[in-house]
Design a protein around this ligand. Sequence first.
Ligand SMILES: *Cc1c(COP(=O)(O)O)cnc(C)c1O
Length: 395
Amino acid sequence: MESDSNNFIVFGKPVLTEQEIEAVSSTLRSGWIGTGPKTKEFESAFAKYQGAEQAIAVSSCTAALFVALKAYGIGPGDEVITTAMTFAATLNAIIQAGAKPVIVDVEAGHFTIDAKKAAAAVTSRTKAIIPVHFAGAPADIDALLALREKHGLKIIHDCAHAIETQWKGSRIGAIADASCYSFYSTKNITTIEGGAICSSDASFMERARLYSYQGMTKNAWKRFSASGYQHYDIVSPGFKLNFTDVQATVGLSQLATIDAKYARRSEVWNRYQEAFAGLPVTTPNEDSSEQLHARHLYTLLVDEKRAGLDRDSFLLEMHSRGIGCGVHYRSIPQLSYFAEQFGWTPKLFPNAYQVSETTLSIPLTPYLTDTEAGRIIDAVTEICRAATSRKRKTA
Ligand SMILES: *Cc1c(COP(=O)(O)O)cnc(C)c1O
């Protein structure tokens, strides 16, 4: 894929193949574009990929997290523990479910929840922990599962970055109690917007399915079947957070090439790791035998004391060289609503704050050409060298 005409490398640029565009056209012409047979097919394929008994496709990962909380009966009076380093979606899902969010810090120098701090935050009101497998690296799942056993909690995994992530040989979708995925346009596979819940807990999934579609017992496309017309019933309150067959058509095609996309991102990732090893910035950890990183975000930590320039200056330098970068994310206590509502300050979550102030994500999509990856490597290297020589001169 060629870069844009002005040569700017857009961060997280989605690219849909001609085959995907064709497939969407044929679904659009098929006479069934809402939730229907393609959605079912996508759900089965995604559950199989994760190693889960079932998947439910919904409108977003935010919706998936919200539905999972509702289907586990978590709401007013309950507490849900999550991490200070995540996207607002994780917090909003907890708040909209009516529960009280409790955030804990990440491990020093890492992006994932400190399980010891999560353990210390458990109270008699705690009903669930939502770990975020950040950038694609799994949190300490064994420690969280130990808390699940000890306190009878649910673990609802925020897998927005972690479609391909593995922990001890299984994908997160195969691990209790539920996992929530995003197919937003910048994520590892996309359906434009979309999400899914995976679980092997059948009664939970039945409640989740009802909740995601009006509490209705029969989906519309099943009502008009060969066996005649069936009247629907409403058996619980619900919402409308369903997926469409147009999204499923894109998703099926994206899922079919997920391994190839991962392999291409890994190639670029390995080039970055090799090229940046000697630079005064912190690169991501390598995989261990226990875990496989989904290669969603390639993050650098730019500490001014070490690198000679701060992260925001680094971002501007990258931008001026025609390379779009991202900051994932500003820590939750730095966002005014959460700070004001819950009294959280960055000082209370120093590790998340440190990561938030120094992190920068450089492009890592399967559509980067070798030339573009080379340009990104040169830019990072040049920025570091220039900052180092300025630092020497002023020292
Ligand atoms: C993107 C993201 C979400 C939300 O996904 P949507 O599908 O856009 O709702 C949730 N959590 C994290 C960590 C994310 O990065």
